[in-house]
Design a protein around this ligand. Structure first.
Ligand SMILES: [Zn+2]
Length: 117
């Protein structure tokens, strides 16, 4: 059915229909491009990449490519540490990976210091 199509932004008609990649309103003739939000192709959501440019996804396993000192503690995440089941987040600053590191616990990493396994 077509009940998932949006209302016309011009006249709020609910009779808009798809014409190729556009939506067309038969009531006022307005044509517009639908906003991609249901299929995960949202252009506002930048791809997070690891240090060598591989796109990362939730659940990926990565290794740390350099020693990382944890802020506010003496703990260091050693180079080569394997981190399983990462979660991509909009963290503080450049921190865009939420994860749990063995021996360290929950922390956040920058995608620029990890490499996808
Ligand atoms: Zn319209």
């Amino acid at each position: 059915m077509t009940d998932s199509l949006p209302l016309c932004p011009e006249c709020a008609s609910e009779h808009a229909y798809e014409l190729g990649t556009l939506l067309v309103c038969p009531m006022c003739g307005h044509e517009w491009a639908p906003v991609a939000d249901a299929d995960g192709e949202d252009a506002d959501d930048p791809v997070i990449r690891d240090a060598v440019g591989n796109p990362l996804a939730d659940g990926d396993t990565v290794t740390v490519i350099k020693d990382l000192k944890i802020k506010g503690s003496s703990t260091v995440i050693k180079v080569g540490t394997k981190v399983r089941g990462i979660r991509l987040v909009q963290g503080v600053g450049d921190h865009d990976i939420d994860c749990k590191v063995d021996g360290v616990g929950p922390t956040q990493l920058k995608s620029s210091v990890v490499k996808k396994v």
